[in-house]
Ligand binder design. Structure first.
Ligand code: ATP
Ligand code: MG
Ligand code: MG
Length: 356
């Protein structure tokens, strides 16, 4: 039996473990939190910090392949593991995705445009950077931000910058130019060990309170824009010598051109719809890729909308279950809190539902 180690025990690890089980893989999770979503379906959990030397040694010994479900795996830990056992996606992808400054330089280096940006290491840097962008921009922590956390938007030169550097924790920041986009899309792509690349159709994403709310497929974009997203994904995957699934977010401008926002070297929330509308989900695709198996068909059987169940959205569970066109997926989290992702639904219809 081939054993796959997954670093991180959240819902993405859980869904990877479920897909892996169907292909006869054994799954070991490394996650400090006991009874995490992934541990409920994995064969084994090592309960330890992601950089615990003894735990990493145990993971390397007990697994044939190691992957991860979040991009903040310490790069040194991934490299230690990679010296003993294949780690996919390659640690290089973690380095490129963990820090927004390095990420933007990397993406630009692939010939793909991003928002303009300035590195901000002080309040004085921030004021100079804002001046350069005419007083508008999005200030973000370089590391560890997600669901819109660690960000501050400057909409006009009238927005005061006073104290903003300290308010975001006094850590290294980046100021991005403000992109007046028409819509947001993402593409889920995979690269196999033999270099084969397969992409799913781009999804159109709508956020609510900084958190992904819906992903709709097909996105309202031209065939040219969809092709540009695929080409960008191909460049990024090739440049990283990537193996596995990646999610790349873009802003779509009024003329249909794309600005890359960020990338996640893992399965992605905006790809959850693939489990309902495609024969091979992004989760199985990732497992196939890291295990050296042929990639699966990314063809889509249906239009669809994926909607996250966040916090008390879970109270509408029975209503979702009554819908004949809807696949419900829960993450095994017993306690609902505001902003916490409890599960998601995928509605196999072209119409945008906003309630169950
Ligand atoms: P995620 O949960 O997707 O990882 P995140 O916290 O890493 O999100 P971003 O994706 O960088 O944050 O930004 C969150 C949202 O804020 C974007 O989806 C977009 O709607 C808006 N946004 C981010 N950067 C910009 C920008 N430069 N110009 C305009 N809007 C932006
Ligand atoms: Mg992000
Ligand atoms: Mg994002």
């Amino acid at each position: 039996v081939t054993t796959i180690g997954i670093i991180g025990g959240g819902q993405l690890g859980r869904m990877l473990a479920m897909a892996a089980a169907r292909l006869n893989f054994r799954i070991v999770i490394l996650e400090p939190q006991a009874d995490c979503p992934a541990a409920q379906v994995a064969n084994e959990q090592i309960v330890a910090a992601y950089d615990d030397p003894a735990a990493l040694a145990e993971l390397a010994t007990s697994c044939d392949i190691i992957t991860y479900e979040f991009e903040n795996v310490p790069v040194a830990a991934a490299e230690t593991l990679a010296s003993k056992v294949p780690v996919y996606p390659p640690p290089k992808a973690l380095e490129a995705a963990q820090d927004r400054l390095i990420e933007k330089r990397f993406i630009n280096g692939c010939g793909i445009p991003t928002a303009g940006f300035h590195s901000v290491d002080s309040q004085a840097d921030l004021e100079a950077a804002l001046k350069d962008f005419g007083g508008r921009g999005v200030l973000k922590t370089r590391r560890l931000g997600y669901d819109g956390k660690g960000q501050r938007v400057f909409r006009s030169a009238a927005d005061t910058a006073a104290g903003a550097f300290a308010a975001l924790g006094g850590v290294p920041l980046i100021l991005e130019s403000f992109v007046s986009f028409e819509r947001e899309i993402s593409i889920i792509a995979a690269r196999a060990t033999d270099g084969t690349i397969a992409c799913y159709d781009p999804a159109e994403n709508v956020h609510r309170d900084g958190i992904l709310h819906t992903s709709t497929v097909p996105a309202s974009i031209s065939a040219e824009t969809a092709a540009a997203a695929r080409e960008a994904a191909e460049k990024i995957l090739a440049a990283l010598g990537y193996v596995g699934v990646i999610g790349i977010e873009f802003f779509v401008l009024a003329d249909g051109s794309l600005i890359a926002n960020e990338m996640a070297p893992r399965v992605h929330n905006s790809g959850h719809w693939t489990e309902a509308a495609c024969v091979i989900s992004q989760f199985e695709q990732h497992i196939r890729a890291v295990a050296g198996l042929p990639l699966g068909n990314t063809g889509r059987q249906s239009d669809c909308v994926m909607q996250n169940l966040i916090g008390d959205d879970i109270l509408e569970l029975r209503d979702w279950l009554r819908r004949p066109d809807t696949l419900v997926h829960l993450y095994g989290k017993t306690e609902s809190r505001p902003g916490r992702k409890m599960g998601h639904v995928t509605i196999l219809t072209a119409n945008l539902p906003v309630s169950p």
